[in-house]
Unconditional design. Structure first.
Lengths: 103, 173, 487
C-alpha cells in the first residue's frame, strides 16, 4: 500500500516544529543553529513529497531541495565560523550572555 | 511493508529531532542530528529520490554534522551549561508556538489533501540523470547563482575564522 | 538535449558587478607588500566604485527598453532597472563612507569590498527574480554577505554580537521563507511566479504559503513583529555597512515583495488588510521606540523600521499608485538616510575595542564647531521627518496620496500622525546641534575626508533635487510601475 501524501507532510511539519522549538527555547548558539538545520531539512521532505505526488514529470522539487541543501551548507559554514570567532573573544556562546547591545 | 518502514523511519527521525533539541550534551545533540539526517535520507529513497538520498547522506550527514561536531569539540567541554538557561517561561512559549503551528499545518493538510493521494510517474525521475538535466538546462540560472553564494560563504568563512590580530600591533611590523 | 539560450543583456549590470568583485578579490595580490595599507585600500575601493558606476550606466542605458528575461527566472524590466539604480546608488554612497572608515580597523580590504559587491549583486538579482528558487538563492547571497559584513570589525565585541544575532534570526527566517515556497510549489507544481499566479488554488496551501513567504520578507524588511534584530544589528555593524544595508536590503525586498504579491493577485483584498495592519504596527512601534534612544545609530535603526512601515503603506495601496510611490520613497530614503549615517559616522569616536557608538550628545554644539555640517545634517533629519520641500516630504506625500486614492484613508491618517511623532526625535537632535554649546561629550572626527565629504555632498544634492523635481521623477517611475502592473 502506498503512503498517503499527507503523512509525509505531517512528519515534515512535526520536524519543522521541533526545530522551531529548538530555536526558541535553546540559549546556546550552536544548539539554535542545529534547530535551524532541522527546520531546513523538514522543508526538504515537503519538496520531495510534493514532487512525487503533485508533479513527478518535472524534477523541480528535487532541484529546489538541492538548492536548500547548498544554502544550508553555506549558512552552516558562515554561522559556525562566526560562532568560533565570538567564542574566541568572549569565551561564551550563550546568547543570554552576549548582550552588549540593548535599549 | 513500505508503510511499516515509513512509520519506523518517521519515528526515528522525530526521535532524532527531539534528541537534538532536548539533550543536555552538545555531542549528543550532534549525534541525534546525524540520526535524524540519516533516517530522512532513507525516507527520500522511499520517495524514489535516490540522488537526493545519497546527497543527503554526503552533504548533511557527512559534511554538516561533522562540521558541528568539529565546532563542539573545538569549543570544548566547557561550552558552558549547555542546557541551562532555557528558562521555563521561554520554554512554555516556545512549546506553545510550535504546537500551535503544528496543529495548524496538520489540521489544514488533513482538511485539504485527500488522504489517499498516491504517487504517480516514472520511477527513474529521481535519478542523477533526470536531476542533472534539469539543473543544467531549465534551472541553470539559480545554479550559477549558487556558485556566487558558495563564494560568499567561502569568503565569509575566511574573514570570520581567521585569528584576529589587534590592528595596532599588526601595523608596527 | 537542448542547451538553454541565455540573453546576457538581461543581466549586464549584474555581470559588471560580479566581474568587479572578482577583480577586487585578486587586487590584493598586486604589490601587496610594497604599498602601505590605506593606499592599497583606496586603490581597491576605487576599482569597486568604478564597477558600480559602470553597472549603473548599463542600467540607465536599458531604461525604457522592452522587458526581456532569461528562462522566465530573471527579468529586465524598468522596475528592475530602477531597483538596480537604487541599490547601486546606496552601494556607491556606502562605499564612499567606507573609504576612510575601513582602514581604521582592518587590513582585509579585498575581502570587505568583494563581499560588499557580492551583497550588491544579491540585491540586484533579488529584485529581478521572477521565480522562487532564484529569489531564494539571491536572498541568501545578500544575507550571508551581510552577516559577514556586520561582523567585519573583529576587534569589536558589539560587531560580533550583532552579526550572531543577525545570522541566527536570518537563518530562522529563511526556513519560513522556503516553507512558504514549498507550500506554493505543492499548490501549483511550479516555482515560476507567472505559473503560480495562473494555477494558485486560492485555498489553504496558497494562503499559508504566501503567509510564510511574508514572514520571510518581514524579517528582511524589519517589519514589526519581525524586527527584533534590527536595532542591534544596525548599531553593532560598521556604520558604512549599516547605511548601505538599511537602504539596499529594503529596496530589494520591497521590489521582490511586489513581484510576489502580483502573483498572488487572486486574494489581494485579504492581503491588503494584513499589510495595512503590519504597516500601522511597524510605523508606530518604530517611532515610539526611537523616541527613547540615546545612541544616534540605534535611533536611526528604529527610524528605519518606521520608514519600512511608511513604505508598507505603498504596498498596501497596490500595484500602480503604490509601486511608483514606494520606488520614489526608496530613492529619497537612499539619499537622506545614508546622508544622515554619513554625518553620524563622523561623530563616532575611533576605538578598536570599545563600542565606539555616537550618542546624541556627541552632536552638541555642532553648529558652533562646523556650521555647514550641522546645516546639512539638519536637512537630512528634516527630510526624514518629512518637512517640505525636501525629498522625504514628497515621498510621504505620494505614499499617503496612494493610500487615500485606493481607499485606505485611515492608514494615511495613521501615517501622518506617525510623521508628527517622528518629528520630535529628529528635531531633538537638530536642537542639540544648534542651540547648545559644545562640551566634553561632543565629538567630531576631523579632518573631514574627501570621500566622506563627497558622499555627504551627493546625498545632500539628491535630497534637494528630488524635492524640487519630485513631480517629473514620480512620473518617470510611474511609467515603470504601469508597465509592471500591466504585464
Amino acid at each position: 500500500m502506498a503512503i498517503p501524501l499527507s503523512w509525509y507532510l505531517i512528519v515534515a511539519a512535526a520536524l519543522f516544529c521541533i526545530g522551531f522549538y529548538g530555536v526558541l527555547a535553546r540559549r546556546n548558539a550552536v544548539a539554535i543553529l542545529m534547530g535551524v538545520e532541522l527546520m531546513l531539512n523538514a522543508v526538504n521532505i515537503n519538496f520531495l513529497a510534493f514532487w512525487r505526488y503533485v508533479r513527478p514529470e518535472e524534477p523541480l522539487g528535487q532541484v529546489f531541495a538541492i538548492f536548500v541543501l547548498a544554502v544550508a551548507a553555506a549558512e552552516a559554514a558562515v554561522g559556525l565560523a562566526l560562532i568560533i570567532s565570538i567564542y574566541r573573544t568572549r569565551k561564551t556562546i550563550n546568547i543570554d550572555n552576549i548582550d552588549l547591545l540593548r535599549g | 511493508m513500505t508503510l511499516i518502514l515509513f512509520a519506523f523511519l518517521a519515528l526515528i527521525a522525530l526521535a532524532g529531532g527531539l534528541g537534538v533539541v532536548l539533550s543536555r550534551n552538545p555531542v549528543h545533540s550532534a549525534l541525534s542530528l546525524l540520526l535524524n539526517f540519516a533516517s530522512i535520507a532513507v525516507i527520500y529513497f522511499l520517495l524514489h529520490a535516490q540522488f537526493l538520498g545519497v546527497v543527503q547522506v554526503i552533504v548533511y550527514a557527512g559534511a554538516i554534522v561533522v562540521l558541528f561536531l568539529f565546532v563542539v569539540m573545538l569549543i570544548g567541554g566547557n561550552i558552558g551549561p549547555y542546557r541551562h538557561g532555557s528558562r521555563t517561561v521561554t520554554s512554555v512559549i516556545a512549546v506553545g508556538l510550535a504546537a500551535a503551528f503544528l496543529a495548524l499545518v496538520v489540521w489544514s493538510v488533513v482538511q485539504v489533501l485527500p488522504m489517499s493521494a498516491t504517487p504517480v510517474g516514472a520511477p527513474d525521475a529521481g535519478s542523477v540523470q533526470a536531476v542533472g538535466m534539469a539543473l543544467y538546462t531549465d534551472y541553470l540560472v539559480p545554479f550559477e547563482l549558487a556558485s556566487l553564494l558558495l563564494l560568499v560563504g567561502m569568503l565569509g568563512g575566511v574573514v570570520l575564522a581567521r585569528r584576529y590580530q589587534p590592528f595596532a600591533e599588526d601595523e608596527t611590523q | 538535449m537542448n542547451l538553454p539560450h541565455i540573453d546576457f543583456s538581461v543581466i549586464t549590470p549584474e555581470l559588471i558587478v560580479i566581474a568587479t568583485a572578482l577583480v577586487v578579490m585578486l587586487a590584493e595580490f598586486v604589490g601587496a607588500h610594497a604599498t602601505p595599507s590605506p593606499t592599497r585600500s583606496h586603490r581597491i575601493a576605487l576599482i569597486a566604485l568604478l564597477g558600480l558606476v559602470l553597472a549603473a550606466l548599463a542600467a540607465v542605458a536599458g531604461l525604457g527598453r522592452a522587458a526581456t528575461d532569461i528562462q522566465g527566472m530573471l527579468v529586465a524590466d524598468d522596475l528592475g532597472r530602477y531597483l538596480e539604480l537604487v541599490v547601486l546608488l546606496a552601494a556607491a554612497l556606502g562605499l564612499l563612507l567606507a573609504w576612510d572608515y575601513l582602514p581604521q580597523f582592518t587590513k582585509m580590504h579585498s575581502e570587505y569590498y568583494a563581499l560588499y559587491l557580492l551583497a550588491v549583486v544579491g540585491m540586484m538579482f533579488m529584485g529581478k527574480s521572477t521565480e522562487l528558487i532564484t529569489l531564494f538563492v539571491s536572498l541568501e547571497i545578500l544575507s550571508v554577505a551581510l552577516y559577514v559584513l556586520t561582523g567585519f570589525h573583529r576587534g569589536q565585541l558589539a560587531a560580533g554580537e550583532a552579526a550572531l544575532k543577525y545570522f541566527l534570526l536570518g537563518a530562522f527566517s529563511s526556513a519560513f521563507f522556503i516553507y512558504g515556497a514549498a507550500l506554493l510549489y505543492g499548490d501549483t507544481g511550479s516555482t515560476h511566479l507567472v505559473d503560480i499566479a495562473a494555477r494558485a488554488s486560492g485555498g489553504f496551501l496558497t494562503l499559508a504559503g504566501l503567509a510564510l513567504l511574508l514572514v520571510g520578507f518581514g524579517f528582511k524588511l524589519a517589519v514589526v513583529p519581525f524586527h527584533m534584530w534590527t536595532p542591534d544589528v544596525y548599531q553593532g555593524a560598521p556604520t558604512p555597512v549599516t547605511a548601505f544595508m538599511s537602504v539596499g536590503t529594503k529596496a530589494a525586498a520591497f521590489v521582490a515583495l511586489f513581484r510576489v504579491l502580483q502573483a498572488a493577485g487572486v486574494s489581494y483584498a485579504t492581503w491588503s488588510l494584513v499589510l495595512a495592519l503590519l504597516a500601522t504596527l511597524t510605523m508606530t512601534w518604530g517611532n515610539l521606540a526611537a523616541l527613547r534612544q540615546s545612541s544616534l545609530k540605534r535611533m536611526l535603526a528604529y527610524s528605519s523600521i518606521a520608514h519600512a512601515g511608511y513604505m508598507l503603506i505603498g504596498v498596501t495601496a497596490g500595484m500602480q499608485l503604490g509601486l511608483s510611490a514606494v520606488l520614489f520613497y526608496l530613492f529619497a530614503y537612499a539619499f537622506m538616510n545614508i546622508g544622515a549615517f554619513a554625518v553620524v559616522s563622523l561623530l563616532e569616536r575611533p576605538g578598536y575595542h570599545a563600542t565606539q557608538d555616537a550618542t546624541i550628545d556627541a552632536a552638541r554644539g555642532l553648529f558652533a564647531r562646523k556650521p555647514l555640517l550641522a546645516v546639512v545634517m539638519a536637512i537630512f533629519l528634516l527630510s526624514l521627518a518629512g518637512v517640505p520641500p525636501l525629498a522625504g516630504f514628497f515621498g510621504k506625500l505620494y505614499l499617503f496620496n496612494a493610500a487615500v486614492q485606493s481607499g485606505w484613508i485611515w492608514l494615511a491618517i495613521v501615517g501622518m500622525i506617525n510623521s508628527v511623532v517622528s518629528a520630535y526625535y529628529y528635531l531633538r537632535v537638530t536642537v542639540l546641534m544648534f542651540m547648545t554649546e559644545a562640551d566634553e561629550t561632543s565629538f567630531l572626527r576631523s579632518p573631514l575626508s574627501n570621500a566622506t565629504g563627497l558622499a555627504i555632498a551627493v546625498a545632500m544634492v539628491g535630497t534637494l533635487l528630488l524635492g524640487i523635481f519630485a513631480g517629473p521623477w514620480l512620473q518617470q517611475l510611474g511609467q515603470a510601475a504601469l508597465a509592471f502592473a500591466g504585464s
